[in-house]
Design a binder for this molecule. Structure first.
Ligand SMILES: [Zn+2]
Length: 332
């Protein structure tokens, strides 16, 4: 499969910009329901400067984009060389070819249908690319994080939900409806009969996300005063609560099972796991890897399953990478 042809929106060369040998400096934007983070990124993926603020989600798409544009303009004004493009990793299902939001949750009211690429390009007078934030996160990890130097990388993020992406040669698999990577919605026996946030039941997200781990612990008969997944994990780590250990093991094994099955389908060079739960410690990781090994076919016995390393920068760097790729494609 070849990547979609590059689409550049409204690139207007500015005074002083050398069109023949432009320094490829770009801005990466991580646009989430609660926070908007913006970074100045060079061609090597180094973050030169950054700024972030709360996303004014309740004020609607206009306000959200105005905030992202204002932060970007601040970084562009202070940049040592001209900024040539902007890459956005946005919450919601995004069509990366058009930069339009195909669907989004209530975390960003009115976001569905927003022409993020066009509107931002109009404000900034720079070409703008847009990807789903989880896809951008995966591209960042595959480029400069735990997947660096590998050709195919399966990335999973386990936090308040379960998501991910398969990245081949720097390009995330997007799919027919731009919905690829919803790996939280695969059935596992551990979740049999448990309702999933998507409305189905039995999906891995129903036992393997942070909130789901907490609910699993309570279903097992755990201490009702335990408030969240973080507390379940800390009880499991200290070994004082057998039900917490059981919940963590069950939850991580279920996710590992899904990653093992996906590895059988996709045959990645490496599996990278990030998100809040990736910080849950050895017990969680041992169970996750056990789950993977329990599913993979013998050919994949040596498959490495490793923690993500870029943290919150991954989406910024991945979004910047897309912008740099489009620049390279447009000058080729
Ligand atoms: Zn589901």
């Amino acid at each position: 499969m070849s990547p979609a042809p590059p689409v550049i929106w409204g690139h207007h060369p500015r005074a002083g910009e050398d069109a023949r040998h432009p320094e490829p400096l770009v801005v990466g934007i991580d646009l989430g329901g609660t926070k908007t983070a913006v970074a100045l990124v060079d061609a090597d993926g180094s973050v030169l400067d950054r700024v972030s603020t709360a996303t004014p989600a309740q004020d609607g798409p206009e306000a959200v984009l105005a905030t992202a544009a204002r932060l970007t303009e601040g970084l562009v004004a202070g940049a040592p060389q001209p900024v040539l493009a902007v890459g956005v990793g946005s919450a919601g299902v995004i069509d990366p070819r058009t930069g339009v939001v195909l669907s989004a949750t209530d975390a960003l009211p009115g976001w569905t249908g927003t022409r993020v690429a066009d509107l931002l390009a109009g404000r900034l007078r720079l070409p703008v690319t847009v990807d789903n934030d989880v896809h951008a996160h995966a591209v960042g990890e595959a480029w400069l994080g735990a997947g660096a130097g590998r050709s195919s990388v399966l990335v999973a993020a386990a936090g308040t939900g379960i998501g991910g992406a398969f990245v081949q040669d720097g390009v995330p698999l997007v799919g027919s409806h731009c919905a690829a990577g919803h790996l939280g919605h695969i059935a596992v026996p551990e979740a049999l009969g448990v309702e999933c946030p998507c409305g189905r039941s039995g999906h891995v997200e129903a036992v393997a996300s942070g909130p789901a781990l907490h609910r699993l612990y309570l279903r097992l008969g755990g201490d009702g005063s335990v408030a969240d997944a973080r507390q379940v994990v800390s009880r499991a780590v200290t070994g004082t609560d057998a039900l917490a250990v059981q919940a963590v093991r069950t939850s991580a094994t279920a996710l590992g099972r899904v990653l093992g099955g996906l590895a059988n389908v996709l045959d990645p060079d490496v599996v990278v796991v990030g998100g809040g739960l990736a910080g849950a410690g050895t017990l969680w990781w041992d169970a996750l890897r056990e789950g993977v090994r329990g599913e993979t076919i013998p050919l994949l016995a040596e498959l490495a399953v490793v923690p993500a390393v870029l943290g919150a920068d991954a989406a910024l760097i991945g979004a910047a990478r897309r912008a740099l790729s489009e620049l390279a494609g447009s000058s080729a």
